[in-house]
Design a protein around this ligand. Sequence first.
Ligand code: FDA
Ligand code: NAP
Length: 450
Amino acid sequence: MGITGRRHQEIYDVIGIGFGPSNMSLAIALEEHGESSPEHPVTSHFFERQPQFGWHRNMLLPSTTMQISFLKDLATFRNPLSRFGFISYLHAQNRLVQFVNNHDFFPTRQEFHQYLEWAAAGLDDKVTYGSEVTAIRPVFEAGADTADLLEIELRGSDGATTVVTARNVAISTGLVPRLPDGMAADERVWHSSEFLSKFHQHDAADLKSVAVVGAGQSAAEITRFFHDALPHAQISAVFPSYGYSVADDTPFANQVFDPAAVDEYYYGTDSAQDAFWRYHRNTNYSVVDADVIRDLYKRSYDEQVRGTQRLHFRNLTRVTDVKRAGDETRVLLRSTLDESSEELAVDAIVFATGYDGVDPAHLLGDFDRHFERDAANKHRVERDYRLVSAAELTCGVYVQGGTEHSHGLSSALLSNIAVRSGEIADSIVMRRTERELDRLGVAEEASSAV
Ligand code: FDA
Ligand code: NAP
């Protein structure tokens, strides 16, 4: 079911922007709230710009695995009895027994994607696909000095604009691909987020020399993929470190992704917050799973034994420029070892150079000035993920993602989404009740004054 027409009259309690795992998890939390409180459900709808559900489809490479336990799914940590848990999915597929026999906490990304598609199908009446949110505005009713409502502007796949109204929005628009300064993507210069679609636009036989930039999980997975998919090609892996560093997923370090760590980070001192990053950034950023590192090294060693090296690891090296002319792509490399420069001709280059977090400002536009920022110019965010706003706003803007500065390392990951979306759902319900009580109080005062 989708919303049609130029202006939809219903006022929703919450509109979700984006329908990736974070907002799917919120849709489930709200649905389960409605089941336990049918007389007073939270009305919601979600808008997703993709034409159908998809989770980082361009990185669904063969054999890649999840970096979290299957139990960190859309619901289990909040409600182990949810019908949207990974175990319910396995049961529905008649694969629960086989999954357990497989003794593996980390499903393939392919299987997790199928799980998410299955969950999305179960939420179909809650989402409109092919609908991009382009703006959020407050509604100041005539004579009112507070805005209780928001208008959300949408662009459909036919280009038509629609406006819907809600008391709250939950912005979960995901990560923003990052290219090094001065680089621009085109048909031969790709960011890892568009990898498979760009790869399939080319005849593999024409890709005789390729380069992959970066030393994170994306770079290592793409380098391995190229080695399999382009058996004739020279593959250069360009990265600034000496070697790939291992992603620390040992149990003590992994606790930084626990729900309890969010409180410790949020209420922690500056030096406690700094310690999270200083000691544990290597749980996620610029790091690679140990099995992928070993696999790449083994491939390189086998080539040395055979005397046919086509995997080239250019460590201590950064890409400083890319020159494009027609089909020609020349990459300028700078070694930090001796500051020497070198030019490399490639048929395609992939920047697996990471992502930035969500910044809601691009959707808020002029409305953004109603929200407070900290000394580093980041949005101030309440513990319940609501942007801190000026007093004249009683409507709420919630964010899922883009809160590493306030809520810590799990912000951009799946680890905590079930608990986080439960906290957002509780906050929406609690604030709605408070507003209703306030209104009742005002009405009572007025009637007793008569
Ligand atoms: P996500 O990006 O998934 O979804 C956002 C959605 O919003 C998208 O569907 C987008 O189309 C939509 N959208 C954006 N703007 C919109 C607009 N204006 N209007 C409407 N829709 C809009 N983490 C982890 O914990 N374990 C893991 O194994 C992995 N694996 C992984 C692999 C790869 C390749 C990447 C790049 C990242 C991961 N991650 C991860 C981290 C990743 O951030 C996380 O898995 C989720 O994608 C976060 O879910 P979200 O819903 O917040 O964003
Ligand atoms: P990332 O971890 O941020 O790594 C980016 C890499 O690019 C870093 O090594 C960075 O080096 C390097 N880089 C940046 N600019 C460069 C330049 N000019 N020249 C050379 N190198 C440069 O990004 P990611 O690998 O895409 O990972 C992002 C998220 O996605 C992580 O959460 C990761 O776990 C997740 N992911 C998961 C899977 C999976 O589940 N299987 C797969 C892929 C990604 P510096 O160290 O100097 O910054």
